[in-house]
Write a protein that binds this ligand. Sequence first.
Ligand code: FES
Length: 158
Amino acid sequence: MNESIGAELVYSKVDEIIDRYKEEKTPLMAILEDVSQVYGYLPKDILERISHKTGIPSSKIYGVATFYSFFETKPVGKYVIRICKNTPCHVLGATDVLETVKKELGIKEGETTKDGLFTVEVTSCLGVCGVAPAMMINDVTYGNLNAERIREIFALYR
Ligand code: FES
């Protein structure tokens, strides 16, 4: 497939998503969520396309895309690990959790493993402070973390 045909296909999918919400008064979040589902992240040229097609200023679109931690603006691994660093998790060992995860995967915060399997990020409260320290892998939340439990969890994904 040549590049221009590829780009047309990508944009036709984006345009289809935008059309889906054309009757909505505030369609941006829904569009970004659907585009994110399709591509796994929000590429810059796609954000520009959304701006061009909807008339929403690109500065506003970038603002929303970068504000919410569940939106990615760069390619990520198959599994995105989000480690909570807010106070309840911090007090109960979030720093050790992050260090263990980084050591186990051989990457730093914000990086993706070479095999494209895992990306590590830190985030704010996941809403499960009662089982702090906690992390999410994609949509699944894990609490009461320690080094042993983290290794057991990773074994499920490898
Ligand atoms: S502070 Fe970590 S889950 Fe709430």
